[in-house]
Design a protein around this ligand. Structure first.
Ligand code: B12
Ligand code: SF4
Length: 496
């Protein structure tokens, strides 16, 4: 059977699709992957849709992977394929997992949860009318869930066979080449050593997964040997990668012995700079850091989200302020070799200004160097914040209020402008004057309509400092892998 997968994300990592494609190939099917790389805020042009349809023409099944934000573009491609080719389309990924009924209004099949086994089951049963655990079909009554794979080592290595991959370049779908892969990944090989998460942060889809799949609470890891084997296979096949990235909330929760085993093997067989994202402060430990830094760890990304104790409790973040400080201090001990990125959430309609000020003051006192990445709280379906936002009328239309919301577009408030300033100072490794920040965040100051001048002055000060350092580019955006915070200083910010 021939299956064409569509990845509508702007990046070409698409780990879920690569895993499914490899599994289907191992089961004897022929697959193709189309990386139709575009930001979800931009609709596909008719020219792009036409080419995608052409590349799907000889398929028995088309599979689309999506997160909620990619709804519009996934609908556009699916409708074009179904109408023009009359080929069945299956959807999978986190959005169809959380919202199967909604997705079945557009797709013929939806997989719920991790789908290596159920997808191959679907291929075997296609057209037979037989039901397959983990798969929902249009009009089908009843549904049997499929448990996620227990042993990650038993899964096929992700599909990196470029011969059957295509990627959107400008307005053209071109065959993937090693050079295009290098450009699109920026030389980063991304993988996910574990699946599952024991926590239930109220803004994360794990809340849903933990309810729907109680097995998800137990973290399943690939063995360290298998993980390094995977990296080695990818590097040998494609010498385009110069950095490895684990997008994994649970990597630091591995026992020290396993991390030490991994580190030795990684250093010997891979030896490339390593990035670990999704670090939780409660799992950061000196011995683990020492081993990983020795192996090549150069960057970690840790979720702080809020420095206010009450907010963290509300978010169900499993850490105290002391733990966060300890973790930051530990990371700072490795500052010559390691740069930490701290994630923060703003634009929470239930968060008070006092709580935001706590975060600002906390960040301003953290040991440098570090980078800050801000996220605008988004109410993804299946999360607790979504339920509350719907109940309170903050979300009236899922598509408009959630799927189309850009998570890096921030409300133009005075306190957000201060976060922006702080982020710039941190990026340039300059300390924001703590007394100025404390003054700027006092209630009587922040409620003054002229207060917006303060963030501008602070940015001006930074520019001057950088000029003196011979780096006149303070106006430049920090080179984060994510789009930088909106330019608050471009216009006066209303006072919140
Ligand atoms: C790795 C990851 C990324 C990577 C790679 C994303 C990519 N293009 O693949 C990066 C860092 C780029 C990323 C970015 C974003 N991410 Co992200 N990411 C993850 C993470 C941590 C793991 C996903 C993963 O690969 N898991 C392992 C694979 C094997 O699982 P999977 O992808 O779910 O795939 C399985 C099934 O879903 C299914 N499946 C998947 N695709 C298909 C297709 C078909 C046809 C079928 C049948 C089945 C199927 O089978 C797969 C194999 O079992 C999840 C957390 C989570 N628990 O899922 C968040 C998560 C998916 N991300 C999320 C978000 C919001 C984002 C962002 C949109 C914004 C942000 N805040 O970061 C950005 C922007 C994306 C973009 N590129 O524009 C949300 C999605 C919420 C939602 N409802 O949409 C999640 C769930 C985290 C959360 N906050 O709850 N992310
Ligand atoms: S620790 Fe990370 S993956 Fe786990 S629930 Fe919280 S945000 Fe989600």
């Amino acid at each position: 059977m021939r299956i064409t997968f569509i990845s509508p994300f702007p990046d070409v990592y698409s780990f879920g699709v690569r895993s499914l494609s490899a599994t289907a190939r191992a089961a004897g099917h022929d697959t193709r992957i189309l990386f139709v790389t575009q930001e979800f805020t931009q609709p596909y042009s008719a020219k792009v849709v036409d080419q995608v349809v052409e590349l799907c023409r000889d398929s028995d099944l088309v599979g689309v992977s999506l997160m909620s934000n990619f709804w519009d573009n996934s609908v556009a491609l699916t409708e074009a394929v179904r109408k023009r080719l009359n080929i069945p389309v299956a959807w999978g990924g986190i959005h169809p997992t959380v919202r199967p009924e909604e997705c079945l209004r557009v797709a013929d099949y939806v997989t719920v949860g991790e789908a290596e086994e159920s997808f191959v089951g679907l291929l075997g049963a296609l057209g037979s009318g037989h039901s397959v655990p983990g798969v929902r079909a249009r009009g089908q009554k009843g549904f049997e869930r499929a448990a996620p794979p227990e042993n990650l080592d038993s899964l096929a290595q992700p599909d990196f066979d470029l011969e059957h991959h295509f990627v959107l370049v400008g307005e053209r779908m071109l065959p993937m080449t090693p050079e295009l892969l290098r450009q699109r990944t920026e030389g980063i090989y991304l993988t996910i050593p574990s699946r599952g998460c024991p926590f239930d942060c109220i803004y994360c889809c794990n809340v849903f997964l933990n309810k729907e799949f109680p097995e998800n609470k137990k973290v399943r890891h690939k063995s360290m040997r298998r993980l390094v084997d995977e990296l080695e296979t990818a590097l040998n096949r494609l010498p385009v990668f110069n950095r490895i990235k684990f997008d994994d909330d649970a990597f630091f929760s591995l026992p020290y012995e396993e991390i030490a085993e991994f580190s030795l093997d990684y250093k010997r067989r891979i030896g490339l700079p390593l990035v670990v994202t999704g670090v939780t402060p409660s799992t950061v430990r000196r011995d683990k850091l020492e081993a990983l830094v020795e192996a090549g760890l150069v960057e970690v990304r840790m979720g702080i989200e809020s420095a206010s104790e009450s907010m963290r409790k509300e978010y169900k973040r499993p850490q105290t302020e002391r733990k966060v400080q300890q973790a930051a201090a530990l990371l700072n001990d490795f500052r010559d070799k390691l740069i930490p990125y701290y994630d923060m959430i703003i634009d929470n309609p239930w968060e008070s200004d006092e709580s935001l000020v706590e975060s600002l003051r906390f960040l301003a006192r953290l040991p440098q160097p570090f980078e800050v990445i801000m996220y605008s709280l988004t109410f993804y379906p299946g999360t607790d914040v979504y339920d509350r936002a719907v109940a309170e009328g903050l979300v009236r239309d899922d598509i408009e209020d959630v799927y189309r919301k850009y998570y890096h577009s921030f409300r133009r408030t005075y306190l957000n402008a201060l976060f922006d300033v702080l982020m710039h100072y941190a990026h340039w490794n300059e300390r924001i004057p703590i007394r100025s920040l404390d003054f700027a965040s006092r209630p009587e100051v922040r409620n003054n309509p002229f207060a917006w001048i303060i963030p501008k002055l602070l940015k001006g000060r930074l520019r001057l400092k950088l000029k003196r350092r011979g780096q006149g580019g303070a106006a430049a955006k920090p080179p984060h892998s994510e789009p930088a915070v909106a330019e608050f200083s471009a216009q006066p910010s209303p006072v919140s």
